[in-house]
Design a protein around this ligand. Structure first.
Ligand SMILES: [Zn+2]
Length: 55
C-alpha cells in the first residue's frame, strides 16, 4: 500500500512526485516517483521509537 504526494519535490532529482509506502497505516518509506531513474528513497522506520523490550 502507499500514498502519492504529487506536490512534493524529490530532493535528489528535483522532480515533483513522491510515493509513501505504508504498512498498517503507518508510513514506512518514502521514495521518488522516478525510482528507476533517480532511486531516491528513505526508510522511515529508522525514525520511529524502538519497541520497548519486556523487562
Ligand atoms: Zn528523484
Amino acid at each position: 500500500m502507499g500514498t502519492c504526494i504529487e506536490q512534493a519535490v524529490c530532493p535528489k532529482c528535483g522532480k515533483k512526485g513522491l510515493f509513501v509506502n505504508t504498512e498498517d497505516w503507518k508510513p514506512v518509506a518514502i521514495r521518488c516517483y522516478s525510482i528507476k531513474k533517480c532511486g531516491w528513497n528513505v526508510d522511515l522506520k529508522q525514525f520511529w521509537p524502538k519497541k520497548e523490550k519486556a523487562p
